[in-house]
Design a binder for this molecule. Structure first.
Ligand code: ZN
Length: 507
């Protein structure tokens, strides 16, 4: 959405008085060691299909599920961290439907008695701090996984892997409080951070998060006036989005599609669509089952969970907002740096391992430089050894490298890490590449490398010299750039400035 003008439409082509309404349903795998109702290991990702299965998670007749109490505890932590009310009595229910990934013919989930309800999560919205309401948090089991052979569009045949069947999931449902794809992404980032701080979720694991997004475009104010379920125009549920970037992409695509339909005067039907990640589009899919089609009923093999007192005893760790406040207080981080550095648990922990060298230097180099370089290479902070980054910060702090060569060293080390999983030490790298800072001697002696480079630049750029002498001071910046290039970034910009100014003064 546009930030700069209140009169501009939210996105091009949209009527000024339309607004985007988004709600999310997020499924996260809880990071327990065993499955939700049996003792099978959840560490299935690198193993052959159907090797983490037993009669319970295969749903064989006569097998009885038993609740994994760790998964219950994790869910309670989530409920509390999302400021929810915890159920006096939560209950599992059977959701009946037939699909090959669902071996029992039903999924054990929670229906009218979820473990937690009515909470909220504060995020950085488009117009400042924003509260997103959480409708409910409930527990359920993950279904198995279908493997389509010969392409997803027209597979020759399909295999089923039940290793994933029975992995504990937590489903978090928001109210339709989000107003743009960007807000949706920020919500997900904040939620991910919260779950990681709680120690219940590992976002690095492939497929550990899946999102369904509800989206519609309504006349402005309609939603607030009429409330949920009475939308003027139909809403679309986009299923099966499995990455954080995918959510923003899918929603952006849907907004364009829906606003085109509105512009052509076509009716928007309530529908379910599928996000095709590889093509960045949503496509029409099966019509949505109605709730009554699932014939929910209480799971007869499991007793209700009386968890209220247990929840009261659970102590939560420091969460992202608290850590952000502490970073500003303890390390004098700027609000933007504090938000960035606490936006991921591993990043926050990394910062605290290197902050003692120089809190401000570490914050800048971590939040502004390292993160950018990691994103560019599609790498995660976990692969960077903190002691190597410490050494780079030390070099910068003692003035052995300039900012420019510091970045160069960092790039070399990250490329090595990406290639081989390890890297040389920053000091060794600086020496090998001859990137140690060159300090100019104040005498302007000819053998000084900075002075030599400056004299060359002056000789090569008569126009810039003439401009400078005619009073155009910005011409000096150009000459500084030339000298920096000649010294491969190893000269200190301050030194170069002084040397150049002195030489030009001397004529
Ligand atoms: Zn099992």
């Amino acid at each position: 959405m546009s930030d700069n003008s209140a009169t501009q439409p939210a996105s091009p082509g949209m009527a000024i008085d339309d607004e985007v309404i988004i709600g999310l349903e997020i499924h996260c795998q809880l990071d327990t060691r065993t499955k939700l109702f049996c003792g099978c290991s959840t560490d299935y990702r690198d193993d052959p299909p159907n090797t983490h299965v037993c009669p319970i998670c295969l749903g064989l007749p006569g097998s009885l599920p038993r609740v994994n109490l760790k998964a219950v505890e994790f869910s309670l932590r989530v409920g509390k961290a999302l400021n929810c009310g915890i159920a006096h009595e939560a209950e599992f229910a059977r959701k009946n439907y037939f699909y090959p990934d669902l071996n029992k013919g039903f999924q054990i989930t929670q229906y009218d008695k979820p473990i937690a309800v009515k909470g909220y999560l504060d995020i950085e919205g488009e117009d400042g701090e924003k509260r997103v309401r959480i409708t409910r948090v409930h527990m359920e089991e993950d279904p198995g996984r279908l493997v389509h052979k010969g392409g997803a569009d027209r597979p020759k045949y399909t295999l089923v892997d039940y290793n994933r069947a029975g992995i504990p999931l937590i489903e978090i449902v928001t109210e339709p409080d989000l107003r743009s794809p960007k807000e949706a992404r920020r919500f997900l980032n904040k939620l991910r951070a919260t779950l990681e701080y709680l120690g219940v979720f590992d976002s690095e694991k492939e497929g550990s998060l899946r999102v369904d997004a509800n989206i519609s475009i309504q006349p402005k104010g309609w939603f607030e006036r009429e409330g949920k379920g009475k939308a003027d125009r139909g809403r679309v549920e986009v299923k099966n989005i499995s990455s954080y970037k995918g959510v923003e992409k899918a929603l952006t695509f849907e907004i364009t599609r829906q606003k085109n339909l509105i512009r052509r005067g076509q009716k928007l039907e309530t529908a379910t669509r599928h996000f095709v990640e590889t093509r960045g589009v949503t496509t029409s899919s099966r019509s949505k089952e109605m709730e009554q089609d699932y014939r929910y009923f209480p799971e007869p093999d499991l007793r209700p969970l009386r968890v209220c007192d247990w929840a009261a005893e659970i102590m939560l760790p420091e969460l992202p907002d608290a850590r952000r406040a502490r970073f500003m207080e303890q390390y004098c981080c700027s609000p933007i740096h504090a938000r960035t550095l606490t936006g991921e648990l591993k990043l926050a922990e990394f910062y605290e391992k290197v902050a003692d060298i120089d809190t401000a230097l570490a914050a800048t180099w971590l939040a502004d430089t390292l993160l950018g370089e990691l994103n560019y290479r599609d790498m995660s902070i976990v692969v960077v050894p903190p002691e190597q980054f410490r050494e780079l910060l030390e070099l910068l702090k003692e003035g052995s490298v300039t900012d420019k060569t510091g970045v160069e060293v960092l790039r070399v080390l990250l490329d090595q890490l990406k290639e081989t999983g390890s890297c040389e030490g920053p000091r060794a790298c600086v020496d090998r590449l001859g990137l140690r800072v060159i300090t100019a001697t104040p005498t302007l002696a000819g053998e000084d490398p900075v002075v030599k480079a400056a004299k060359e630049a002056i000789a090569e750029q008569p126009q810039a010299v003439a401009d400078y002498l005619a009073g155009r001071k910005e011409a000096l910046n150009f000459l500084v750039g030339q000298v920096m290039k000649k010294t491969r970034g190893c000269a200190k910009p301050g030194d170069v400035n002084t040397v150049l100014a002195n030489l030009l003064e001397e004529g």
